[in-house]
Design a protein around this ligand. Structure first.
Ligand code: LP5
Ligand code: MN
Length: 240
């Protein structure tokens, strides 16, 4: 019995090495698992479910093969694929979860999330997030022709990139008090998230006792997978 977690792959046509590692993982490993959880930022940027490029179709086919083989696949949106929605789920058989979800991981109630909402000191990002999550703005954006949406995204990305360079590293990590609040509000002592690209296993003191926080790694230089079994959880890597 195995449950797998991945996040922050940032798949794009510009990085065939990541895509190949991901497709091999899906075919050889995920297909043998009980469940696969993708905790956001699967894509470098997801512009909308109507983007049917051959590249995106090949990723969707990999999920479809998995769900058809009986592997349960779950997805939580990240800050780069917050526009991934119902149509993607219908095309692949995956289940979209809310931004914070509680699951039973081999008897341990566990809160899972992308992780961006834990970075409360990054006020500019949280403001930006609030804006792009407005349903009315997303509805308008989804009606804009695909090629214009692409231009808007690359324009905003290039503006933001410069801003990000000036941010202090510590504000781009989670706020410890926010971690404790989320653990306590969800009545759990285990959390799994990505986003910060700082893979590690941390302990936190909560009013319910000592809690474990597992941070998933990104896929910039290697595949990063959290492998969970009834006997324990292991952060692992796969060479490109
Ligand atoms: O992912 P990572 O680690 O690189 O950076 C994130 C945060 N950055 C982002 C930005 C997205 O990756 C790119 C978004 C392109 C959006 C296109 C617009 C689509 C419109 C859709 C409308 C429904 O998520 C980064 C964090 C970092 O994580 C660590 O947590 O710091 O945040 C930023 O850099 C954001 C800036 O701080 C704030 C930018 C404000 C710019 C205002 C532009 C307004 C655009 C409004 C769109 C209509
Ligand atoms: Mn992220």
């Amino acid at each position: 019995m195995t449950t797998l977690f991945i996040a922050d792959l940032h798949l794009s046509i510009l990085r065939p090495d990541i895509t190949e590692c991901f497709l091999t993982f899906m075919r050889d490993e995920a297909s043998q698992a009980e469940a696969l959880y993708v905790l956001g930022d699967l894509f470098e940027f997801w512009i909308g479910d109507d983007d049917n490029s051959p590249f995106h179709s090949s990723i969707k086919e990999a999920f479809m093969a998995l769900t058809q083989a009986g592997v349960a696949c779950y997805f939580i949106q990240g800050n780069r694929d917050f526009l991934l929605g119902k149509r993607f789920c219908k095309d692949t058989g995956i289940t979209l979860l809310p931004e914070t979800a509680v699951i039973d991981l081999y008897g341990v109630p566990t809160v899972i999330l992308h992780g961006d909402t834990l970075c409360t000191m990054d006020e500019k990002y949280q403001e930006f997030r609030k804006t792009v999550h407005k349903p009315w703005l997303q509805a308008i954006f989804n009606r804009i022709p695909l090629f214009i949406r692409r231009k808007i995204v690359s324009h905003v990305q290039s503006k933001i990139r410069a801003q990000k360079q000036t941010k202090q590293m510590n504000i781009m990590d989670v706020t410890p008090q926010e971690v404790i609040t989320v653990l306590e509000n969800n009545h759990v002592i285990q959390m799994i998230h990505g986003h910060t690209h700082r893979p590690n296993i941390h302990q936190h003191s909560t009013m319910n006792g000592s809690a474990t926080r597992i941070v998933l790694g990104d896929w910039y230089t290697q595949g990063s997978i959290l492998v969970c079994t009834p006997n324990g959880n292991t952060l692992t890597t796969r060479e490109f």
